[in-house]
Every structure is written in C-alpha cells, then in structure tokens.
Write a protein that binds this ligand. Structure first.
Ligand SMILES: Nc1ncnc2c1ncn2[C@@H]1O[C@H](COP(=O)(O)OP(=O)(O)O)[C@@H](O)[C@H]1O
Ligand SMILES: Cc1ncc(COP(=O)(O)O)c(C=O)c1O
Ligand SMILES: [Mg+2]
Length: 290
C-alpha cells in the first residue's frame, strides 16, 4: 500500500473562517495528506476584517515544537514543509532552522515557501525586514516559491509590462534557487479582465494557465494559501509539477464557485470538499517560452 505523505504546515490559524492553515489544512487532508499544523499566529479571524484578537507565536517555539517531534522519533517521517504568513523575520529564520533540521533527517523533504506579503489590490502588508528575508534567505533554501504578482513585483523591484515580462521576473526568482516558481495570480498591462491567470516556471519549462475570473462583492481571503497547499499536497501524492499546478487551479476554482454560489465572504471549503478531491473542471496549462 502506498504510504500517506506527511506535511508540516507552518502558517497562521484563525478561529473563525479561513486563512493560512485554516484555509489549507482541511483541503490538504481531504486530498490525502497527513498534515502537522504549526500555527504561527492564532487570531480570532483574518486581518481583512480590519479587527481581530489573538497572539503571535514566539519565534523560539517553532524549533522547540520541531524538536518535540524529533524527540518522539517522528521527524524523519516529514516529507515536506510549507510556510506562509510570517509575523517577523525572526519567525522566518526559525522556520529555516526547522527546515534544515528536517532535511538533515530526510534529505528528500521538500520546502514550499509562500512569500505572503499581500494582495495586488490591497498593497503590501508586511514589514520590509520580512520581504528582504523572503528574497535573500528563504528563496535560497526553498524548493518551491509561490508568489502572487505583488510579491513577484516586490522581489523584482519593478512592475511587469507584459505577460512575457511576468515570465522573465518568475525566471529571475527561479535563478535564486527554487526548483519551481508558481505565480498564483498574474497582473500586467493588457491582461484580459475576464480571465484569472497563473504561471508555473521550472528548470524544464514554463506553463501558463487561464481560468474564468469570478465576480465577488469582496475578494475572498485564503485563496493563495489554499493554492499553495493543494499544489504541494499533490506533488507529495506523486503528481508531476504541471499536473499538481493544474489540479490546484481546478480545485481552487471549484471552491470559488461554491463560495460565489453561497454568496459567502469566507471560503466554502466544507461544502466544496468533494469537488476539492475530484474537481469537475480541469484547466490545462499551456507551455510558453520567452
Ligand atoms: N477565479 C477568480 N475570480 C476572481 N477572483 C479570484 C479568482 N481566483 C482568485 N481570486 C482572487 O484573487 C486573489 C488570489 O490571488 P492571490 O494573490 O494568489 O491570493 P492571495 O492574496 O489570496 O494569496 C484573491 O483575492 C482571490 O480572492
Ligand atoms: C491571518 C491571515 N493569514 C493569512 C492570510 C493570507 O491570506 P491569502 O491566502 O488571501 O493571502 C491573511 C490575509 O489577510 C490573514 O489575515
Ligand atoms: Mg497570499
């Protein structure tokens, strides 16, 4: 029987609703991965509500929790680490210490870094030390980076002029070390308004994916976290990078359709669970080159 993969997911938790681990853990479990959630913050709700209560985890707790898993002899079973929203650069460094420890026990373990900075529409939302850390330190260690356009712009220090420019920017990030860069959400002059576009860039080639743009009165939150989580989960389950990219795009689209149909602000993950596991639509990624 095929072994069920194990994934350590280090990102935020919200008590109400869905963002960070609260958006990604259940879908990753639903597609067949054992998830170890390590919550970097516990907030009442996601920050786009403009108010919340709760606390940030002290950075030293991250390696302590990882050591606790090592102490019971389970750390070598970790197949991948996913990191998302960081409260500080110190928290980011603590995650890299954990990643190094896991890779020392399981050299095949993968690290996906979602360099969470914000939304293209909402502007940058993290301190400069965090964006510097992501570019200078995390990119060198990560196997996969999954920026959105704003995050890619921040890495490149400029905005793209075209789709091919987005591709060039993603390739520049790839050159910093990762095996693949997944751009979760493209924005560039001339992009058709009715399509939502994504890119996957690897050492083997580049792929562009288009799916319908859906209208929401308020943009749902947690979509990026869901995308990164499902991509990594499918890679661990044996998909090729392109197949995992297509799967993640399709499953996320299913969640957004359900969310739109319910007129809900929060992602309808429970209602969409069967469609997450078996998306009815399948978007095909098309190879592109510069
Ligand atoms: N098909 C779609 N139609 C409309 N909006 C979408 C669609 N897919 C994703 N979005 C929105 O686009 C953004 C997702 O882009 P991205 O930058 O990857 O996410 P995040 O900021 O969640 O990390 C979110 O605001 C999400 O609600
Ligand atoms: C607590 C928390 N975690 C994570 C996120 C990131 O969510 P998204 O996937 O939309 O980037 C947010 C966004 O507001 C948040 O408030
Ligand atoms: Mg995001």
């Amino acid at each position: 029987m095929k072994r069920t993969p194990h994934l350590l997911a280090i990102q935020s938790h919200v008590v109400f609703g869905h963002a960070g681990n609260s958006a990604a853990v259940f879908p990753m479990q639903r597609v067949g991965v054992n998830v170890w959630p390590l919550n970097t913050v516990q907030f009442s709700n996601h920050t786009q509500y403009g108010q919340w209560t709760g606390d940030v985890l002290a950075p030293h707790q991250i390696p302590e929790l990882v050591e606790g898993i090592a102490a019971i002899g389970e750390l070598g079973n970790c197949d991948a680490v996913l990191s998302g929203y960081l409260g500080s650069a110190a928290q980011g460094r603590a995650i890299l210490t954990g990643v190094a420890r896991i890779k020392s026990m399981n050299p095949k373990a993968l690290y996906l870094c979602d360099p969470v900075m914000g939304h293209p529409e909402k502007g940058c939302s993290v301190p400069a030390e965090v964006s510097d850390f992501l570019l200078e330190e995390a990119a060198a260690v990560a196997d996969f980076m999954c920026p959105n356009q704003l995050e890619l712009d921040s890495f490149s220090g400029r905005r793209p002029q075209s789709l091919f420019d987005c591709l060039a920017m993603a390739r520049a990030l790839l050159a910093r070390g990762p095996k693949a860069v997944l751009v979760k959400h493209l924005a560039y002059p001339g992009k058709p308004a009715d399509v939502f576009e994504m890119l996957l860039v690897t050492g083997e080639g580049s792929w562009h994916l288009r799916r319908p743009m859906l209208a929401f009165p308020r943009q749902p939150v947690g979509v990026g976290d869901l995308t990164s989580g499902l991509f990594l989960a499918r890679v661990l389950l044996g998909d090729s990078l392109v197949a995992a990219f297509e799967f993640a795009a399709s499953a996320v689209h299913e969640v957004l359709l359900e969310t739109q149909a319910c007129a809900s602000y929060e992602l309808e993950l429970v209602r969409a669970q069967d469609r997450i596991a078996h998306p009815r639509v399948r978007f095909e990624a098309m190879a592109i080159s510069l």
